[in-house]
Design a protein. Structure first.
Length: 273
């Protein structure tokens, strides 16, 4: 079935509104309060947040695509949190490097906003530039540098990105886990990892984390008026920071090993938001 987002004459917000009404119908939950995108290493948090009342295969909802990557679960879940709030858990991320266009990349964020969510928690697995970050370290995203040369905004849409990753939410996260460090997330297109020279460039321009997902999503979340919490799991030191070459298998393994710590951490933070 053709994806309506691929037709440039369609309105991506109308498609997100349609997706949100399908989610409301499938779950019987009229509004969600908070949305989470769970990236590599963060998946186990879903079960710890609260009671999953509904699980929907993402590709049954308008505008969503089948996941491109093994290890990425393609589901949308409605979770009842202990505090009575409703979370929409997005386990289906479309990456920019898939070349389906930026509309598809941010559709889940726009859909989350259309379900009523006012808080967007964006998580990912990423490479670390700070040498003392061991694989398995979760860090807060304090800001980003978008090196994709693309934007989810269409037309002359000028949007302020100050305090994009809300200090208020980072402070709440640090109340839960004072040892959480933070850094500037630098989004590359991927899917190749960086060269060591590119990592040095990212470092020189103020980056601490290298990844392939979150910056474009955060821009769309800000456009939708959501407050954003961003967290990266450092699954590997960025290329050239450690002597070892990067391997996707090792990245996945570091993610799996960290899940046992990340799940409870994220659940505690979400309960406090
Ligand atoms: I997991 O080292 C993961 N994702 N760009 N660089 C980039 N993305 C990543 C990396 C990394 N590790």
């Amino acid at each position: 079935m053709a994806n309506p987002l691929d037709d440039p004459t369609t309105d991506p917000f109308a498609i997100a509104a349609q997706a949100a009404s399908e989610i409301a119908e499938a779950t019987g939950v009229a509004t969600h309060d908070i949305a989470l995108t769970l990236g590599s290493g963060w998946g186990s948090a879903a079960d710890l947040l609260g009671e999953t009342t509904h699980t929907i295969p993402a590709d049954e909802i308008t505008g969503f695509s089948k996941p491109a990557l093994v290890g990425h679960v393609g589901t949308l879940r409605s979770v009842l949190l202990p505090n009575g709030k409703r979370a929409l858990v997005i386990g289906a991320r479309t990456h920019y490097y898939e070349n389906h266009g930026v509309r598809r990349v941010v559709h889940s964020v726009r859909t989350a906003a259309a379900t009523g969510a006012t808080t967007m928690v964006l998580t990912n697995g990423a490479g670390g530039i700070k040498e003392h970050w061991k694989p398995g370290t979760p860090v807060l995203i304090s800001d980003h540098i978008n090196l994709t040369a693309d934007s989810p905004l269409e037309g002359a849409t000028f949007i302020d990105l100050t305090d994009l990753y809300a200090k208020r939410l980072r402070d709440i996260a640090r109340e839960i886990e004072p040892s959480l460090d933070e850094g500037v997330y630098t989004q590359f297109r991927g899917p190749h990892y960086e060269t060591p020279a590119e990592v040095q460039m990212a470092k020189a321009i103020g980056g601490h984390i290298v990844g392939m997902s979150t910056a474009l999503e955060a821009i769309a979340a800000r456009q939708a008026g959501m407050e954003i919490l961003g967290m990266s799991l450092i699954t590997n030191l960025a290329a050239g920071i450690s002597k070892d070459p990067l391997s996707h298998a090792e990245v996945l393994e570091a993610g799996r090993d960290a899940e046992a710590v990340l799940g409870p951490l994220l659940a505690k933070i979400v309960a406090a938001l």
